[in-house]
Write a protein that binds this ligand. Structure first.
Ligand code: FAD
Length: 392
């Protein structure tokens, strides 16, 4: 059977599911995209898109339609003793992209608009999948209110708590007691510059800050869940974190009483399967690591592109899915090691201090570091640049 006769189910209308639907609609007969949400809304996320992610959207000719997002020219990294390292995303002769502050609701609504433009994609919101069944030669999913969708191939793009991975036993337990709190803040001063910020606090926590626009700052903090239990409410923990740092205190207002604070967990998920048997995971559902380096959106988009390219390359779906799995493993290998190393460092304030001082000494070093985080350099390329940096 050729791809043209096959019907696809995609669960999840996040970046991974929406982009997969958009790209694959040219290859397959029909796609049904379902999501438990009633409509696209803003998610608890730092909303930073790394420069490589921006390049990807431009290559796909999606970004030129997204002029409403602000650039991020670099990152300020602040150590537990408040050593500040100002870094700029490096420009290469063949790479001149910056990061973006990406309001997720606006972004995903734009992707949805593209998906709606494809006549062979059916979209069903308010469809909470609670059953995933492998029938003889097709997949079938059921919703909480007993709706059923069937298809030849199932794409799970249902995020880090994937119902598909849970139901099929593909979710590997990961020991992680970290949680994230997320809200929006306002700035104290008028100063409005286009840097993201990463504050590593004294107590193994870190805050990610993204200046969405003149009025709104996206604020996430990742900490041990035991810390959350010590506070009467989540807002108090945010206030304590802001007050624990002179820099944070001087820059941001504490959230007003009515500000909603989101609590997000788990922050780690491993998938033991990824692809095979006409089933494939894309985005966070294929595996997810703590959002420290802010790459989840890029990874979600990239995995959809890898899947699309694999299906284009191989005319047989079994071979295509194996190809995707291999390419995905190779692509994420170095970054996974690096991310685990960062997770280790963040729990050792003295090591953070040492690294911050090393980076602060030469501008090129900080830029090489943020070049790795922003996926401009591979970890190996970046490490070489860190060691041979010249500019003071
Ligand atoms: C606190 C925090 C901060 C972050 N900051 C950043 C950042 O700054 N930059 C960055 O790149 N990444 C960040 N991330 C990671 C990023 O949010 C994710 O990696 C990204 O959203 C993954 O996209 P996705 O499409 O795989 O999944 P999602 O965006 O999670 O989409 C999954 C979709 O599946 C739907 N779904 C789930 N279960 C079901 C079900 N049973 N039935 C039907 N539908 C279902 C959900 O409603 C959702 O719409 C952050 C994450 C956290 C927790």
């Amino acid at each position: 059977m050729s791809y043209k006769n096959k019907e696809i189910i995609i669960i999840g209308a996040g970046p991974a599911g929406l982009l997969s639907a958009y790209l694959l609609s040219d290859i397959f007969k029909k796609i049904t995209l379902v999501d438990r949400l009633k409509y696209i809304k803003r998610k608890a996320c730092g909303e930073y898109l790394c420069p490589r992610g921006v390049e990807l959207l431009i290559q796909l000719q999606i970004l030129d339609k997204f002029e409403e997002f602000n650039d991020l020219i670099g990152m300020r990294i602040i150590s537990p003793q408040e050593t500040e390292v100002e870094t700029h995303f490096p420009e290469l002769s063949n790479f001149k992209f910056k990061g973006l502050s990406l309001n997720r609701e606006v972004f995903e609504k734009k992707l949805l608009q593209l998906v709606r433009g494809k006549s062979n994609i059916d979209i069903e919101f308010n469809f909470t999948v609670n059953e995933v069944l492998r029938k003889k030669d097709f997949w079938s999913i059921n919703s909480l209110d007993n709706k059923t969708v069937s298809g030849d191939i199932l794409i799970a793009a249902d995020g880090r708590s994937s119902i598909v991975a849970k139901k099929l036993g593909h979710l590997k337990a990961v020991k992680n007691k970290r949680v994230a709190l997320h809200c929006y803040l306002t700035k104290k001063r008028d100063s409005y510059d286009r840097f993201g910020e990463m504050h590593i606090l004294k107590n193994n926590s870190y805050c990610g800050i993204n200046p969405i626009d003149e009025n709104e700052v996206n604020f996430s903090i990742v900490c041990d869940n035991t810390k959350v239990q010590k506070f009467k409410n989540k807002r108090e923990l945010i206030i304590e974190s802001i007050n624990s740092s002179n820099l944070l205190k001087s820059k941001f207002n504490i959230p007003p009483e009515n500000e909603k604070v989101n609590l997000v967990f788990p922050l780690n998920a491993k998938n033991s399967f990824v692809a095979g048997d006409n089933l494939v995971y894309v985005g966070d559902s294929a595996g997810f690591i703590d959002p420290l380096t802010g790459e989840g959106i890029y990874n979600a988009l990239k995995s959809s592109v890898l899947l699309y390219e694999s299906i284009q390359d191989k005319k047989d779906i079994t071979k295509a899915l194996m190809h995707y799995k291999r390419k995905k493993n190779i692509f994420f290998f170095q970054k996974t090691i690096l991310n685990n190393f960062f997770q280790f460092v963040i729990k050792k304030p003295w090591l953070c201090e040492l690294i911050a001082n090393f980076l602060a000494r030469k501008r090129d070093r900080g830029d090489a570091f943020v070049g790795i985080v922003g996926n401009i350099y591979s970890p190996l390329q970046g490490a070489m640049r860190l060691l041979v940096s010249r500019r003071g």
